[in-house]
Ligand binder design. Sequence first.
Ligand code: NAD
Length: 455
Amino acid sequence: MAETETATEDAVGEREADEKSPQAVDEAQRDAQRKGESKPGQRAEISNLEIVRHYFEIAAEKLGIAEDVRTVFWEPYREVTVQIPVKLSDGKIHTYSGYRIQHNGARGPYKGGIRFHPEVDIDEVRALASLMTWKTAVAGVPFGGAKGGVNCPADKLEPSEVQKIARSFMDKVEKVLGPTRDIPAPDVNTNAQVMAWMMDEYGKLHGHTPAIVTGKPIALEGSYGREAATGRGCVYMFRESAPHLGMTPSETTFAVQGYGNVGSWAARIMQQLGCKMVAVSDANGAIRSDEGIDANALYDFISDGGVITEFEGAEPIEADDLIAVPCDVFIPAALGGMIHEHNADRMQARMIIEGANSPTTPAADEILQDKDVYIIPDVMANAGGVVCSYFEWVQNLQHFRWDEREVNDKLGNIMRRAYREVSGRAKEENLPLRQAAYLVGLERVVDAARTRGYI
Ligand code: NAD
């Protein structure tokens, strides 16, 4: 049964009547999405939770899993909601909601990132937690699935404010965490520094415990290769699948939506292979250049505080038009639901590698299947992060460190294996990769739960 601790509502922080807070704007947009009022260019017609449920149900149906058993694998095992009041530099207390949702632990300790974003809500965290259950199973790493988040605008806050939120969140959820229970990691707007604060906070109560979080800085027993791992994993997927589509790196162009951890690493490693980035976006806008955009120079430019649309040698375009730029490979690496029924038919790429979680709605997925676009789904494409988190955890438990080559080689082996297993199943059953991946994942989780005697 789910265990729920409920937080009080976002309470403090009154504002002028005519001044809409970022939270209020986001809330209005979410409402429109829920009511199906999304317009072209806006986010999806359905929620991330509905997206994951859609594919879960297809897989459960195909595997002939009875309704009563299905509930066990759909519902989260434990949900924790906490209140996070923090005094920010405006002198007021802002009260955020924090969540940790442990979806299924049949295959091992719960594992999943923590997102700091105003759009975080309990349903989104449920969706992401469930996705982690199938992802760890598809990758074959011995973890269950979890996710966490705080609905704060971290990218607009001072580092000291983010630190307060990270420590407060850890204080409140530590009871359900532990190196053999649940191990968080970074996600949107959280990074190695945030993980370091969380590890430190946990250590105040439990003593030095590096294996409590992964994605830590190298100086604090982080793993070599972890920061790049999700993006690198996406590129391993490209390398495995490109020959089947007759693509060679030197003749491949690509576009990236979201130039954060996943997007910028995927772009830099694709470029190393010889591919050319022709369009890219982040939360501040989008740019394109048929001559190519240097992924390394763009990364340095943004890291130094530059705004993407001011990057020299590329032309600013409407963010909504990124999807329509002619290219071979499109890498969504921002938020969920960005490829939807109103923009999917504008897509020109032949391959999509889903760096982000749930970037494609089921309606868009169908449109893209009809266009013969080869989609490497999130549940397999972005598993590189959790695979490398697994390596970090293993190293932490032994207080031992592997070098970067060893990490990357092992990551490559696991990603290639996942691709072979899922694409083999897709071929056998004549299914798109996404449906095959869910079949493989769900089958493994059900098998583990049965073998334990849980069902
Ligand atoms: P991040 O915070 O480092 O980067 C997010 C990027 O998306 C930023 O560049 C931001 O500006 C951009 N962005 C935000 N809104 C946008 C919009 N409307 N249009 C275009 N760009 C926008 O986050 P991340 O860790 O790179 O995560 C990105 C995605 O990858 C998320 O869906 C996350 O769940 C998924 N993911 C991350 C990891 C990981 O290891 N970090 C692992 C698996 C999946």
